[in-house]
Design a protein around this ligand. Structure first.
Ligand SMILES: Cc1cc2nc3c(=O)[nH]c(=O)nc-3n(C[C@H](O)[C@H](O)[C@H](O)COP(=O)(O)O)c2cc1C
Length: 211
């Protein structure tokens, strides 16, 4: 009898873990890779905006945004943003009202990391806690194996700029508001995002519809 109970417990734990695993990954719709504003118009419209409507961003818009920011654009796995020695050291975390996620560029999916609304930790300025999406750019120094520590800091600070500018140009093209932010409590974010010691919060970027 005890054996049966034990086997039942193991089976139910296995099923729960498996179901939870299935719920954790949200496949995004295919990103739109053509159309939009001309590059020159987007450059002309690029700006930082700090007033955001509470209107949610649709899953299609999120898909397009993440692909534009740092998605795969070639068969060999290279991305829309360059990275020194193609190390691709960044992960994009998304902090939204309904939870927080990590962008899986290979599956073009969101991995749900938690259901809490962490927006109040996403930055130190007021608008951050109410805007629909905060992107957090996290560099993983473990991927930068052939660098010394100074170069890890130097190149990740450069590489993040390309990702951020992709977001700026995408938002300009789509009529979305955005601002990149150095004003983040990196230690607090490290704690709430449960980051490993090799992972470093470099910048945040808020995205939403303009107020
Ligand atoms: C690395 C970096 C960090 C920034 N940090 C913040 C920030 O923490 N908060 C903010 O409101 N704007 C921040 N900005 C946005 C700048 O204030 C903004 O780009 C600048 O005022 C020029 O305005 P523009 O982007 O509209 O041209 C940052 C910009 C950069 C490039």
């Amino acid at each position: 009898m005890e054996k049966f109970l034990f086997a039942g417990l193991v089976l139910s734990l296995f099923l729960t873990a498996n179901m939870a695993g299935q719920e954790e990954t949200i496949k995004l719709p295919e990103a739109k890779k053509s159309g939009g504003m001309s590059l020159l118009e987007a450059l002309n419209n690029r700006q930082s905006q700090r007033s955001f409507s509470s209107r949610e961003i649709s899953q299609q818009e999120l898909s397009n945004l993440l692909w534009a920011a740092y998605g795969i654009n070639r068969e060999d796995g290279r991305r829309t943003a360059p990275s020194a020695r193609n190390v691709q050291e960044f992960d994009i975390y998304l902090i939204m009202a309904k939870g927080w996620y990590k962008y899986d560029h290979e599956k073009h999916a969101l991995m749900k990391m938690g259901s809490e609304d962490l927006r109040k930790y996403a930055g130190t300025q007021d608008y951050v806690a109410t805007a629909p999406v905060n992107l957090i750019f996290v560099a993983d120094h473990d991927r930068m194996t052939n660098y010394n520590q100074d170069d890890r800091v130097f190149y990740s600070a450069i590489d993040v700029g390309f990702i951020s500018q992709n977001v700026y140009l995408f938002c300009a093209s789509e009529g979305l508001a955005t601002v990149v932010r150095g004003l983040v409590d990196r230690e607090k974010l490290r704690e709430v995002l449960n980051l490993r010691p090799s992972q470093h919060v470099i910048l945040g970027q808020t995205v939403g519809y303009p107020e």
